[in-house]
Design a protein around this ligand. Structure first.
Ligand SMILES: Nc1nc2c(c(=O)[nH]1)N[C@H]1C(S)=C(S)[C@@H](COP(=O)(O)OP(=O)(O)OC[C@H]3O[C@@H](n4cnc5c(=O)[nH]c(N)nc54)[C@H](O)[C@@H]3O)O[C@H]1N2
Ligand SMILES: Nc1nc2c(c(=O)[nH]1)N[C@H]1C(S)=C(S)[C@@H](COP(=O)(O)OP(=O)(O)OC[C@H]3O[C@@H](n4cnc5c(=O)[nH]c(N)nc54)[C@H](O)[C@@H]3O)O[C@H]1N2
Ligand SMILES: [Mo]
Length: 726
C-alpha cells in the first residue's frame, strides 16, 4: 500500500464520511500512532473521490471547541446564562430517561418528540427508540428535504423510489439523455460527476433546467433552460403539451398504464409555448427544443433536485408534472430510464427511509414490528390534521415544520434531539421559542451550537465518524462496514450508543440488545442480508448476490404489487397522472400549475415593493448547511456569506461587487456582501442558508412560514425580495 507510514508505526483504517451524510463517501485514514496523519480515497469504493469537506473532517476531529462532556443547565430557559455544568453520563442518561417517563406519564408517550437532523446515521436507532417508547412523533430534517419528492412519486407510481433513481447509480449504458432538473451535482454530489462526464463522452445528451448558470450546466448542458423560480410545473406541462400535440409519446404505455391521460392532455393544452414563456421566462423556442431533445434521445434518466424543487408552495404537484412527463415518454422502469430496483438491499436501514411501499417493507423479512407499530399509532401523530396526505403516505416520520403549532396546542411537551439545528426552519425564532416552551429537552451534537442548545436542558457530546462504528453502508447490493479509527475524545459517545442506553434506562433493553449496538448491527445484517457484521471484510466490503436478475417493465408481470397482479401499486393500478389519492383528499388530482404563494403574478401588491425573486439555500461546495464554519481549512475558501445578484440588477441599484447589502422580504431581512455574477439571470437573487454563525446572515430570518398544502414543505425558494446597499 502506497502510503504506509514511518518506521512501522503507521496504520491504515477505513471509515465513511459524514460531512453530508447520505453519500457516505469512503475515507482511507492513515495513522501515526494514535493520530490521523492523512486521509484519502478508499480504494474501489462506490462513492469516490472524496471532496474538500471530507478532508476537513480531520480538522473537525481535533477542533478545540468540540463538546467533550455531557452538560446540564442550572438556570431556567430564557436566562442570559444557562449556567451549564458538567455532569456524568450516568446522571445525564438517568435524568433523560426519568424526565421522558414523567412527561409520558402525564400526557401520553406521544407527547415526546424524537428528532434526527440531516446527519442521517442516528436515524434507525432513534426511530426505533420512538416506536418502542410508544411515540409516533418521530421526525427528521426530511420534513424539508427529499421526502416530498418521494411522496410525489408514491402518489404517481405507488412507490417512492422512482424519484431518486438517478442518484442510485444511473445513468446506465442504455441511457441516451439525462435530465438534470434544479440540482447542481458538481457541488452537491461531486462523486457523481465522473459518471456523468463518462455518459457525455459516450454521446448522451444533457438537458439542464436550472435558474442559475452552474458548474453543472456549464460543463454538461446541451440545452439549458432557466425558468423563473417556482414555475417548473408550467414548464413541464408546456413540454408535455408539445410532445402530446405532436404524438410524441409512448402510445402503448399510455393506453395501457396511465390513468387520466385525456384529462392531462386537455389541461396541458393550455400551456402553449407562448404561455409558458410568459409564465416561466423560458423562450418559447427552447420549450419546443426541449421536447424534441427528450423525444429524440430516449430513454432519459432524471437527476432531480429533490429538495430544491420541493421548497415552494407548489412543490409536490410540480414534481408530479415532471414525473408524468417522464411516464408519457416511456421512461419508466426501462433500461436506461428511471426504475425501482428489483432486489433492493436495505438502504432504508441507513437513513430510516423506505425503499418500497411501507407494506412492502413490512413484508421484506426484517423485523419491522416497530414500523408496523408506527402504522398502528398513526392516529396519534401530531400532524394528522395539518398534512393528511403526508400523514397517510409517510408512515415513518411526522411533518416537523409545524412544531411551533404542536407545542402551542400541547401535543408535544418534551423532545430528544439528535443532530438538530433550530435555525434551518422558516422564521426559526418560532422553533427556538417552541423548544423554550417544552417541559424538557435534550440534544446530541459535536459542538455546542448556541442557536439550538441555548434552548434545551441537556447537551450530550456525539462521537464522530472516526470514533464510532455504527451504522454500516449499503450501495446497491454491496455492504461495507467502517472501523473505529480513534478512541472518542473526552467522553464523546456514538449516537446509537446514546439511544440504546436511554432505551435500557426506560426498561426497553429487550428491544435494544441490552445496549449492545454491535449485536444490533449483526442482527440486522443477518436478517436482511444473511451475513454477520464481522463477516464483512474491510476494506473489500461484501457483495450480497441478488436472488435473480434485474427486471424491467416489472408492472407487466405483477412484480410491483403485493397481490402479484400486473400494474402499479396505486389505487387504479396505473400511473396516476390523475391522482385518486389527492382527489380523495380534496386536492387537484392533476399535476396542476399554481403560482407560488408570493410571486409577481399572485401578489402584484407585494411585487411592486419587492420586485426581485429570491431563492435561498443554493449549496456551497465547502459547507453543509450550518456545519464547518469553525473550520479554517474551509472558511478560508469561503470566508463570508455572499448574496448573488445579476450585473443588470446590481447596476440598477448602484451596487458594486463586495458591497454590504440588505436583502429584504416581506418577512424579514439578511445582511451580507453582494457578489455580482453571470450565474444569476436578471430579476433573481440567491442567498445561502446555514449562516447561523454570522449575526444577521441567517436566510431563515427572511423566509416565510408558508407551506405546500400536500407535503407541508416550506417556501425556501421562489420568494419576493428587494436588495439595497446597507
Ligand atoms: N456541498 C454540499 N453538498 C450538499 C449539501 C450542502 O449543504 N453542501 N446539502 C445536501 C442536501 S441535504 C441536499 S438537499 C442537497 C441539495 O442538492 P442540490 O439540489 O443540488 O442543491 P442546490 O445547490 O440547492 O441546487 C439547486 C439548484 O436549483 C436551482 N434552483 C433554485 N430554485 C429553482 C427553481 O425554482 N427551478 C429550477 N429549475 N431551478 C431552481 C438553483 O439555481 C440551484 O443550482 O445537497 C446535498 N449535498
Ligand atoms: N432557507 C433555507 N433553509 C433550509 C434549506 C434551504 O435550502 N434554504 N434546506 C433545507 C434542507 S434540504 C435541509 S437537509 C436542512 C438541513 O438542516 P439540518 O438538518 O438542521 O442540518 P445542519 O445545519 O447540518 O445541522 C446538523 C447539526 O448536527 C450536528 N452533527 C453533525 N453530525 C452529527 C452526528 O453525526 N451526530 C450528531 N448527534 N450531531 C451531528 C452538527 O454539528 C449540526 O449542529 O436545512 C433546510 N433548511
Ligand atoms: Mo436536504
Amino acid at each position: 500500500m502506497a502510503a504506509e507510514k514511518k518506521g512501522g508505526s503507521g496504520k491504515v483504517d477505513y471509515t465513511f464520511c459524514d460531512a453530508c451524510t447520505a453519500p457516505m463517501c469512503g475515507v482511507r485514514v492513515s495513522l501515526h500512532g494514535d493520530v490521523i496523519d492523512g486521509v484519502g480515497n478508499w480504494e474501489n469504493y462506490p462513492n469516490s473521490p472524496i471532496c474538500a469537506k471530507a478532508y476537513a473532517t480531520v480538522q473537525q476531529e481535533y477542533h478545540p471547541d468540540r463538546l467533550l462532556y455531557p452538560i446540564m443547565r442550572t438556570n431556567p430557559k430564557g436566562s442570559a446564562d444557562p449556567g451549564w455544568v458538567r455532569i456524568s453520563w450516568e446522571e445525564a442518561l438517568d435524568t433523560i430517561a426519568g424526565r421522558l417517563r414523567e412527561v409520558a406519564g402525564k400526557y401520553g408517550p406521544e407527547s415526546v418528540f424524537f428528532y434526527v437532523g440531516d446527519p442521517k446515521e442516528p436515524r434507525l436507532a432513534v426511530s426505533r427508540l420512538a416506536s418502542a417508547f410508544g411515540s409516533p412523533n418521530f421526525g427528521t430534517e426530511s420534513s424539508t428535504c427529499y421526502r416530498a419528492a418521494a411522496l410525489a412519486s408514491q402518489l404517481t407510481f405507488g412507490v417512492p423510489t422512482f424519484a431518486f433513481a438517478a442518484a442510485m447509480g444511473a445513468p446506465s449504458a442504455q441511457t441516451r439523455s439525462i435530465l438534470i432538473w434544479a440540482t447542481n451535482p458538481a457541488w452537491t454530489l461531486p462523486f457523481s460527476i465522473p459518471k456523468l462526464m463518462a455518459a457525455k463522452d459516450r454521446g448522451a445528451k444533457f438537458l439542464v433546467v436550472d435558474t442559475r448558470r452552474t458548474s453543472t450546466s456549464e460543463r454538461l448542458a446541451d440545452l439549458h433552460l432557466r425558468p423563473r423560480p417556482g414555475t417548473d410545473g408550467a414548464l413541464a406541462l408546456g413540454i408535455m403539451n408539445q410532445l402530446i400535440s405532436r404524438g410524441h409519446y409512448d402510445h402503448e404505455f399510455v393506453d395501457r398504464w396511465v390513468h387520466g391521460f385525456d384529462a392531462l392532455r386537455e389541461y396541458a393544452s393550455r400551456f402553449t409555448p407562448e404561455e409558458v414563456e410568459r409564465i416561466t421566462w423560458v423562450p418559447s423556442g427552447e420549450v419546443e427544443e426541449a421536447a424534441e431533445l427528450l423525444w429524440e434521445n430516449r430513454p432519459t434518466t432524471l437527476l432531480a433536485g429533490v429538495s430544491s424543487l420541493m421548497h415552494t408552495t407548489n412543490g409536490v404537484q410540480k414534481f408530479r408534472a415532471i414525473l408524468s412527463m417522464m411516464a408519457i415518454l416511456g421512461n419508466i422502469d426501462v433500461p436506461g430510464g428511471i426504475m425501482t430496483p428489483t432486489h433492493p438491499l436495505l438502504p432504508f436501514l441507513i437513513s430510516g427511509d423506505l425503499m418500497g411501499t411501507p407494506e412492502d417493507v413490512l413484508e421484506s423479512g426484517v423485523d419491522f414490528t416497530l414500523l408496523s407499530r408506527k402504522i398502528e399509532m398513526r392516529d396519534r401523530r401530531a400532524d394528522v390534521d395539518k398534512v393528511p396526505v403526508w400523514a397517510e403516505l409517510v408512515p415513518e416520520q411526522i411533518q416537523v415544520n409545524f412544531l411551533p403549532e404542536y407545542v402551542r396546542d400541547g401535543r408535544i411537551r418534551a423532545a430528544l434531539l439528535f443532530a438538530a439545528n433550530a435555525t434551518m426552519w422558516p422564521q426559526y425564532r418560532e422553533y427556538q421559542e417552541a423548544l423554550d416552551a417544552l417541559e424538557f429537552s435534550a440534544a446530541v451534537d459535536y459542538f455546542y451550537r448556541p442557536w439550538t442548545h441555548d434552548h434545551v436542558d441537556i447537551v450530550l457530546p456525539a462521537a464522530t465518524m472516526y470514533e464510532r462504528e455504527e451504522p454500516f453502508a449499503v450501495f446497491g447490493r454491496k455492504v461495507y462496514r467502517r472501523q473505529r479509527v480513534l478512541e472518542p475524545r473526552g467522553e464523546a459517545r456514538s449516537d446509537w450508543w446514546i439511544a440504546f442506553q436511554i432505551a435500557v434506562r426506560l426498561g426497553l433493553g429487550d428491544q435494544f440488545w441490552n445496549g449492545d449496538t454491535r449485536a444490533a448491527m449483526d442482527w440486522i445484517l443477518r436478517r436482511a442480508a444473511g451475513v454477520g457484521y464481522e463477516e464483512i471484510p474491510v476494506p473489500e466490503g461484501k457483495l450480497i448476490p441478488p436472488p435473480g436478475p434485474e427486471e424491467f417493465r416489472k408492472y407487466e408481470r405483477g412484480l410491483l404489487r403485493r397481490d402479484g397482479r400486473p400494474g402499479f401499486p396505486t389505487p387504479t393500478g396505473k400511473v396516476e397522472v390523475w391522482s385518486t389519492v389527492l382527489e380523495r383528499h380534496g386536492f387537484d388530482p392533476l399535476p396542476a400549475y399554481v403560482e407560488p404563494e408570493e410571486s409577481p403574478a399572485s401578489r402584484p401588491d407585494l411585487a411592486s415593493r419587492y420586485p426581485l425573486i429570491l431563492i435561498t439555500g443554493s449549496r456551497s461546495p465547502v459547507y453543509t448547511h450550518s456545519k464547518f464554519r469553525e473550520l479554517s481549512w474551509l472558511r478560508d475558501v469561503e470566508p463570508e456569506p455572499l448574496a448573488r445578484i445579476s450585473p443588470e440588477d446590481a447596476r440598477a441599484r448602484g451596487i458594486s461587487d463586495g458591497d454590504a447589502v440588505v436583502v429584504e422580504t416581506p418577512h424579514g431581512s439578511v445582511r451580507m456582501r453582494a457578489r455580482i455574477t453571470h450565474m444569476m439571470p436578471k430579476g433573481v437573487v440567491d442567498v445561502p442558508h446555514g449562516w447561523a454563525a454570522v449575526e444577521g446572515a441567517n436566510a431563515n430570518d427572511a423566509t416565510p412560514r408558508q407551506f405546500d398544502p400536500i407535503s407541508g414543505y416550506p417556501a425556501f425558494k421562489a420568494l419576493l425580495c428587494e436588495v439595497r446597499r446597507a
